[in-house]
Design a protein around this ligand. Sequence first.
Ligand SMILES: Nc1nc2c(c(=O)[nH]1)N[C@H]1C(S)=C(S)[C@@H](COP(=O)(O)O)O[C@H]1N2
Ligand SMILES: [Mo]
Length: 414
Amino acid sequence: MREAEYDRTRLGQFLAGEARADGLTRRGLMRLSAGVGLGVAAGAAIGGAAAPALAADPPILKPLPPDLFTAFGTNAETKWESLRGTGHLVPVDRFFVRNHTLTPRIDPDAWRLRLFGTGLRGAPTAGAPVEISYRQLRRLPSDTVTAAIECAGNGRSFFTSQQGQAVSGTAWKLGAIGVARWTGVRLSTVLKHAGLSREAVDVQPVGLDPNFVSGGVDLGPVRRPLPIEKALHDVLLAYEMNGEPLPPDHGFPVRVVVPHWIGISSIKWLGQLEVSAEPIFSPWNTQFYRLFGPTYPVDGELVSRQTVKSAFELPWEATLSAGRQTLRGRSWSGNGRIRRVEVSTDGRTWRPARAIGHGHAWQRWELPWHPAPGTYTLRARAADVAGVTQPDTVPHNTLGYLFGAVVRHPVTVV
Ligand SMILES: Nc1nc2c(c(=O)[nH]1)N[C@H]1C(S)=C(S)[C@@H](COP(=O)(O)O)O[C@H]1N2
Ligand SMILES: [Mo]
């Protein structure tokens, strides 16, 4: 008990030390946060209600049948053809999973959300944490939102297959996205409950899954700061997904849901919230989830908001029968609603697709098609409320984030 207390205090001291590093350049800070010292210290300090992982534990607990998923080790990609006929929401049985390590098993009765940091009133440095139990959280006023979770690397493989560029990371096609109805408590409600100070600038959610080790370096638990404006605007601490308790793979008992922002913002298995009066840095906003490449600053560019994308509800590659049929797909954007979707089946002309249903989180659409036997390349191109239209190519970045260009989908008609 006392050891845990000591560890928490030490974590606060480390973070306070980091926050006071006024004279450091951004690159210095990045090097600092990437270093072993901070990562290990933060990692060691954060224990949780997670049962220790057994060597035999699979990284993902739910079944991953090959008609619904492409498996990538600790990650699983949704097959787009499995969304045909599912309606607006993605059922849990086919919702993609992205785990840095593995899905922890967490006892909700032992679980506590700990809030601490210099951005809370009555906590001049990092005083006694505020603790909220699962039952207490469920008694706070609730809210429900329809929102997408989409990996920043969704579409990554097309940097290589369409643009001939090398990128590192999971070679997703377009199935690292899912839309669900999330119920929980607004982060703003929890922050006010915990005594949010006017001085707070960043809120950092911390996961209870095992520490992430990259290149032999223990980077500590998965965590990434949110600016206070976003944290107070539309972020949810969700305990339900599509009307059921959050499934283990998607963050049980509680996950963060950050609408319109890249998936890493939506920390699963939430254990801690650091509320800070100074900016916070973690490897997930310095080393990863930045755009590095010839057209970007040498320190990279932070990625927060998602881009515009479109996908067909078809296998990759698809074989279809000749004759009259309906092509279906979905388009989405981190800027808000989709305004227009056009489809090309011949590589030259574009036809407007017809919108289906409402456009919360993504817009479903369809288009009649009457092909003769042959090989085709299908293209879908969306424009959003901000006037952003999917381009033919996007600038290269080495980690392969935000592939927003039009994807060329190969189809054989027999
Ligand atoms: N604690 C924790 N949160 C996490 C992750 C993780 O590995 N650990 N992965 C992040 C990433 S990169 C993505 S894209 C989303 C994926 O959410 P999903 O698995 O529910 O689809 O969770 C995010 N939250
Ligand atoms: Mo991600």
